[in-house]
Design a protein around this ligand. Sequence first.
Ligand code: CU
Length: 178
Amino acid sequence: MFESNEITRRSVVLSTSTLALTALAGCSGDSGGENDGSESRSDGGTATETERDDGNGGSGGGGTASFDGWMENVGNYDGVADETGSGAVTVAVGAQGNGGAFAFDPPAIRVSTGTTVVWEWTGEGAQHNVAAEGGGFESDLSSEEGYTFEHTFAEAGTYEYVCTPHRTLGMKGVVVVE
Ligand SMILES: [Cu+2]
């Protein structure tokens, strides 16, 4: 009887087991949490549970997401800096990393929609720029300390960018706008 009710509501549910259907009847779309609970209860699942909590904690993935490999060769990358709620965020251009002053710092940030990100040149590591993959924004090349470039992110999304001369060294970054 449960089954026929559920099936009427959503034919997708057909693929799930009867047990899961019963458990999910009250809250649709929370299958992850339900599995988590039953597993840890049965047999020493404490470690697993902790891991999962960490992984699911941040919205949109773990702190050291590779962004489909985009951040894999970025030497100074160790997680996404959460700057959500900040009106303006500054990223250094020509920070230490990638074998010299060839890094953005922090290389990965998470900001709120409407945030203006300001890139500020350190003056080290020769000429750098800030260029979005696929266009969208691009600064001039500069080696001048205190030079700045800014971009306001009006739409949610993941924006990958590089320093064109040093992209092969790993001078890359990402702005996650939510
Ligand atoms: Cu550069």
